[in-house]
Design a protein around this ligand. Structure first.
Ligand SMILES: [Zn+2]
Ligand SMILES: [Zn+2]
Length: 265
């Protein structure tokens, strides 16, 4: 069984580990290299078994620790072409690191087979990932997306584990006096972030199609709480005849500064 673990999640930094038999990959390194390396050590993983780093997009909460983290390592970085160009142009990745374009082809990374798909976000490029194991299971992850397109929903369909952004509560964002109007507009636009309602609508459709394990990720510190996001999911489910407590095997809201329990897929 492969395991998904969130090391940290939210606008202050995002990082996930997917591990099987001690070998692992990382998605995004949005806090310092030291914090990330410490969290990996805490999991009992040996950095020598890191097979590759996937980057969703170039925003600092996804890459700020990347360069220092990879300084003494020799593992490839995978992303879309625009993001890789950005990382290279702005010297955000060590020069010796191999950059692998995921735009047109899937890649075998260690024991995983991984494909990417575009997500709408205000970055040079942004992508979600499908991570297939050799035993035929799959997890799908998309974070930082302004809306769930039909293609994105299709990417998630049939996943054994869905990890999807649940960034903000619409009322909390609207009433937040510390956020200027332009920022509220940016967050709630079709190229910003997913609200709890948008996430829940998608998640309930996935549950109705048979998805049994869900992680909510990239929760806002100022406009959301884990219990608010989970309550919205329960409410949306109820309105569609889905009982989250009964119909879903695992549902977790990733924490900003805490390692989650591993979820197998
Ligand atoms: Zn972003
Ligand atoms: Zn982000």
């Amino acid at each position: 069984m492969a395991k998904y673990i969130s090391l940290y999640s939210g606008s202050s930094g995002n990082c996930s580990v997917i591990e099987q038999n001690g070998k692992f990959i990382i998605i995004d390194i949005g806090k310092s290299a030291r914090i990330t390396a410490n969290a990996i050590r805490e999991l009992g993983l040996d950095i020598k078994n890191l097979q590759g780093v996937l980057i969703s997009h170039e925003h600092s909460d996804h890459i700020s620790g990347l360069k220092v983290f990879l300084k003494k390592l020799d593992v490839p970085v995978y992303s879309n072409c625009a993001t890789l160009d950005y990382l290279a142009d702005y010297d955000l990745v060590p020069a010796h690191i191999r950059l692998e374009d995921m735009n047109f082809a899937g890649h075998n990374i260690g024991d995983f087979y991984i494909t990417g798909f575009d997500t709408p976000h205000d970055s040079v490029g942004c992508m979600g990932f499908n991570i297939h194991t050799q035993s035929g299971t799959r997890m799908t992850m998309a974070t930082d997306l302004g809306c769930v397109t039909e293609n994105i929903l299709n990417q998630f369909m049939g996943a054994d584990l869905a990890v999807i952004e649940s960034n903000y509560d619409e009322m909390m964002l609207r009433e937040n006096e510390n956020y200027p109007y332009y920022l509220k507009t940016r967050i709630s636009s079709n190229r910003g972030h997913l609200s709890n309602v948008q996430c829940s609508n998608a998640a309930v459709q996935l549950i109705q199609s048979g998805v049994k394990k869900i992680h909510l990720c990239h929760l806002s510190n100022n406009n959301n709480t884990p219990s608010t996001a989970l309550s919205q999911l329960a409410l949306t489910g109820m309105a569609s005849g889905v009982d989250i407590a009964k119909d879903v095997e695992t549902v977790r809201a990733n924490r900003r500064h805490e390692i989650t329990l591993p979820t197998e897929f």
